[in-house]
Design a protein. Sequence first.
Length: 263
Amino acid sequence: MEALKAKGIKPALAVIIVGDDPASKIYVKNKKLACEFCGIESLEYALPAETTQEELIALIEKLNNDHNVSGILCQLPLPKGLDEEAVINTIKYEKDVDAFHPVNVGKIMIGNFDFLPCTPAGVMELIKESGIDVTGKKCVVVGRSNIVGKPMSMLLLHKNGTVTVCHSKTQDLAAECREADILVAAVGVPELITGDMVKEGAVVIDVGMNRLPDKRLVGDVAFDEALEKASAITPVPGGVGPMTIAMLMKNTVKAAELNQTGK
Ligand code: NDP
C-alpha cells in the first residue's frame, strides 16, 4: 500500500447494493469495514429496489469511466427484474474485483489471470498457509456455481489436484466425498456433509453459510462430526468468510495498479 501511495495510486472500491436484502447489507457493511482497516477508500452506492436496469447500467458505466475508482462490485443477488448477467458484463473487466466478468473467467481457465474470484482464492490461500500441498491429491468440490464451485475446481486443478465436482445430480455424494483428501463444500445446505462422508485425515473446507430459523449460522459440514476425522477443518463462521473479504481487498489493490487510479 505504501508503494502504491508513493506512486500516487489510491485504491478505491465502489460497492453497489440494490434493495434491502438483510444478508447483502451485512456483507456490504463488512466490506466497508475491511476497506477502512486497509486504507482503501470505500464508495457505497445504495440504490432502491425499484431501480431500473437502465439506471443500474448507467451507474456502472459512470464508475467504469471514473479515474478515481479502482474496483467495482455489485452485490448479488439483485432484486427480481434486474439482469445479473448484463450487470456483470457491463463492469469493465479491469475493475471487476469479483472476477465474474467472462473475460476474467476465461483468463482463470487459461491460468493467466489478473483477478481470482474472492472465495475460491481465499480457500487456496488457507490451503497454502496451512502448508498443504495439493499436487496429486484427490480433491472433491461439492457445488458447481459460477462464483464458487466451478472456479474452485479450476484453481485446485491448476495446483495439480485430481478434481471431482459434485452437484445435485451426483449419484452417490457420500461415496464421492469419502474419496477426498481435500473436500470443499459450497452447497448452501446446512450440515449436508456428515462425519461418515469424511475420509480419515482429510482436509475439510466449508464455504457454506446458512442461517437457521433459530438465527444460528452454520456451514455445509456437520463440524463436530467432521472434526473427529479431519486433519484440518475450517469453522463457520470465522473460516472462509473472512478470507473472502481479505481477497477482495487484495483484488482492489491489484485493480488500482491496473487502472492507476487517483493520479
Ligand atoms: P449456489 O446455490 O449457486 O450453488 C449451490 C451448488 O450446490 C449447486 O451447484 C447445486 O447443484 C449444489 N447442490 C445443491 N444441493 C445439493 C445436494 N443436496 N447435493 C449436492 N450438491 C448440491 O450456491 P453458491 O455457490 O453461491 O454458495 C454455496 C454456499 O456458499 C452458500 O451457503 C453460500 O451462502 C456460501 N457462500 C459463502 C461465501 C463465503 O464468503 N464464505 C461466498 C459465497 C457463497 P446444481 O448445480 O445441480 O443445482
